[in-house]
Design a protein around this ligand. Structure first.
Ligand code: ATP
Ligand code: LTN
Length: 343
């Protein structure tokens, strides 16, 4: 899709398109976050104007320990860079450093219907998981996400498929606002990878792998050690069969095949052929080793970055400054259209 949308001829005549995406610093980033989101971001950074955010304001919709949130905000930024995002080529910043996100979120909330927010499956899931804290922020989370995206006149939003519904809502809000006033926001499109769009839990393969899962064996962290990674794949839940073949009702093995394909670049049928006549045990071991090897340079780079807090602070500050300059323009346009008095 990237090449199709951004062929050479288009690049010469048109302004580069803008990309925006983010991850919440709500836990240890998993291979789901990597394969569904961050890995794809690195591919896009040369051809697009890319803005990647650590969405800490989204993270507090679920109760966070302050020291953990602060540490994970640094960790997430360091992981962005370790995964290959160049801070000189991209704007990397922390959401709470740019207050325009909260400002636009309020405005857009007045153009979003209660019924629309009630239909969001992530809200329903998270309400079930956090029954003692179904706060208003959890409910209006998609409005803040729409503000994140629309502030930067974003064309494309690379996310995992679980975010499609939120993206649709962001588009609806943009279209609604544009129709009520006049064209104000670029209407964004989702950019969802074909493979890795939804990595499932290793413990319950019908559920999405999630960094906030309380079962440590369910997800593989980007910073897990080689031994931990291999052990988790060895323990991965699969069906009672033994043939490494993609198929209906084989969620566990399908997930392992997908992960293996993402890390090796092989197709499903190539993988099936490679493991023909070999059992699940051997396959799980191979997936574990492949993932551990695939993440080793990221882990090494991360180790260096996380020790240099000063460097990370500097990236955060300069990212916030660049993001604020773009956001300011959208805010002033929106406020003029709404009818707020400017002084
Ligand atoms: P949480 O558990 O706190 O809800 P999460 O692990 O679901 O977090 P997010 O911060 O909500 O992660 O998502 C960041 C990005 O990673 C999004 O683009 C999302 O689509 C993608 N993503 C998250 N989990 C997966 C997954 N299992 N497979 C593919 N992509 C994923
Ligand atoms: N809701 C997203 C995180 C997120 C996001 C964004 C992604 C917040 N704001 C803007 C893309 C664009 C999630 O992955 N849970």
């Amino acid at each position: 899709m990237a090449t199709e949308l951004n062929g050479v001829s288009e690049q010469k005549t048109e302004k580069k398109k803008t990309i925006f995406s983010g991850v919440q610093p709500s836990g240890n980033l998993t291979i789901g976050n990597y394969l569904g989101a961050i890995k794809n971001w690195t591919v896009l950074q040369k051809e697009y104007n890319c803005i990647y955010c650590v969405v800490d304001m989204h993270a507090i919709t679920v109760r966070q320990v302050p020291a953990d949130l602060r540490r994970r905000t640094y960790e997430t930024l360091a992981l962005y860079i370790a995964a290959g995002l160049d801070p000189k080529e991209n704007i990397l910043f922390v959401q709470s450093h740019v207050p325009a996100h909260a400002v636009l979120s309020w405005d857009l909330g007045c153009f979003t219907m209660f019924g629309e927010l009630s239909r969001m499956t992530q809200f329903k899931d998270k309400s079930r998981k956090n029954a003692d804290n179904i706060n208003a922020g959890l409910f209006t989370y998609p409005v803040l996400m729409a503000a994140d995206i629309l502030l930067y006149q974003t064309d494309l939003v690379p996310v995992g498929i679980d975010q499609r519904q939120h993206l649709e809502l962001a588009r609806d809000i943009a279209i609604r606002f544009n129709n009520i006033y006049s064209p104000t926001f670029t209407v964004p499109e989702a950019y969802i990878p074909e493979t890795g769009m939804k990595i499932m839990s290793l413990a319950e393969p019908t559920k999405k792998m999630s960094k906030s899962d309380s079962n440590a064996n369910a997800s593989v962290g980007l910073l897990d050690s080689r031994d931990q990674i291999i052990a988790k794949f060895k323990r991965a839940v699969t069906d009672s069969g033994s043939e490494v073949r993609y198929g209906e009702g084989k969620d566990g093995i399908n997930n392992l095949i997908n992960i293996y394909c993402c890390f090796t670049g092989k197709t499903r049928s190539e993988t099936e052929r490679e493991f023909e006549g070999k059992g699940y045990g051997e396959f799980k071991m191979a997936v574990g080793e492949t993932v551990a090897d695939g993440l080793s340079s990221l882990r090494e780079e991360y180790g260096k970055l996380i020790c240099d807090k000063q460097y990370l602070d500097q990236i955060m500050a300069s990212g916030a400054e660049k993001a604020s300059a773009i956001a300011r323009k959208t805010i002033s346009k929106v406020h003029r259209k709404i009818g707020y008095v400017s002084v």
